[in-house]
Design a binder for this molecule. Structure first.
Ligand SMILES: *Cc1c(COP(=O)(O)O)cnc(C)c1O
Length: 342
């Protein structure tokens, strides 16, 4: 059976007809020569959307994060970040491979962001024996912590503690607009006091490909060189940037995903043996332990019934609402999951 209700991720969304049309008709040029009008326009509008001086279009969120880490740090530095950060967990130790860093993790629990005290405790000075902290990386929304939207005050608190020690701050904002919508705080305010931010066009915003790295002009200039180094210099990229421009208009619709996630969490939590916390945004994390069904059996059982989900732990399953799923689909998904736990 096909996954007719695909809740594996918000990356599974297919481009709209308007996006396909925009791709087909995009005026293009060689972006390595800065000649592609759609890419130039996208970088300008994306920088504005997060309140940064400049921005760079990159093929993926992972590349955007890895470029940021490399530009901010020196070889042999430490990178300070949450123990469940995407950069630490799911980017193939890229910070070791591509930037030659050592990581120092902080256990932030449900909070998802270190306190000022945790930041201060995690920073190391550079001396004859110690490598020095090169960067503090934060994540908003926090994926593994269940799509948690981190309020501006907490970001600012952590950033100030790092800045006091002269350490720059990067935000992995793959879903920064989900945070902005959930908190009713414009994205530029959320990242007002950090040095760079990455966000994905290809998730809830619905673009087929691409992410954005935003920061000061001199940082983006260096980021452009590192993108080339990593093989991310693209040519007639307007074909994929033009749909990305339309994706920037999809911010407000993220509220629908959040409402659907709340509906889904309520429905799943009411099923016997399942526990789902109220989601902040579009990610619903379900504990299946009382049902006695491990995630690696639960997920295939959902799949057999056409519902896509992913394992997030031994007895933890993640469902992510997205623009391909409406409230009726959510209700239908709950009915089918009810068969799994019956
Ligand atoms: C998805 C995601 C990324 C990586 O984005 P890709 O485009 O899949 O490489 C980075 N950080 C977080 C928090 C994410 O959820």
């Amino acid at each position: 059976m096909d996954l007719d209700i695909d809740l594996r991720s918000d990356t599974v969304t297919k481009p709209s007809d308007a996006m396909r049309e925009a791709a087909a008709t995009a005026e293009v040029g060689d972006d390595v020569y800065r000649d592609d009008p759609a890419v130039n326009e996208l970088e300008r509008r994306a920088a504005e959307a997060v309140g940064m001086e400049d921005a760079l279009y990159v093929p993926s969120g992972t590349m955007g994060n890895q470029i940021a880490v490399r530009v901010h740090t020196e070889r042999g530095n430490e990178l300070l970040l949450d123990a469940e950060a995407h950069i630490y967990r799911w980017e193939l130790a890229g910070v070791a491979q591509l930037s030659e860093l050592q990581t120092r993790t902080v256990e932030t629990g449900e909070r998802g962001v270190p306190t000022a005290e945790q930041v201060r405790a995690g920073l190391v000075d550079e001396d004859l024996h110690r490598p020095g902290t090169g960067l503090l990386a934060l994540e908003n929304t926090h994926n593994y912590r269940g799509g948690r939207a981190i309020p501006k005050a907490r970001i600012d608190e952590a950033a100030a503690a790092a800045h006091d020690a002269g350490v720059p701050v990067h935000v992995d904002g793959a879903r920064i607009f989900n945070a902005a919508v959930a908190l009713d705080t414009p994205a530029p305010e959320l990242v007002e006091n950090v040095d760079s931010v990455m966000f994905c066009l290809s998730k809830g915003l619905g673009a087929p490909v691409g992410s954005i790295l935003g920061g000061p002009a001199d940082f983006i200039e260096e980021a452009r060189r590192v993108r080339k180094l990593l093989g991310g210099g693209m040519r007639q990229a307007g074909m994929i940037a033009a749909p990305g421009l339309l994706a920037l208009d999809n911010v407000d619709r993220l509220a629908d995903d959040h409402a659907n996630a709340a509906r889904l969490a309520g429905g799943l939590d009411a099923l016997p043996g399942l526990a789902a916390a109220d989601p902040d945004t579009n990610i619903v994390v379900v504990d299946t332990s009382d049902a006695g069904i491990p995630a690696d059996e639960f997920v295939p059982a959902c799949k057999e019934r056409g519902v896509g989900a992913v394992a997030f732990g031994d007895y933890v399953v993640r469902f992510t609402t997205n623009l391909g799923v409406d409230a009726d689909d959510v209700d239908e998904a709950v009915d089918r999951v009810a068969e799994v736990v019956a």
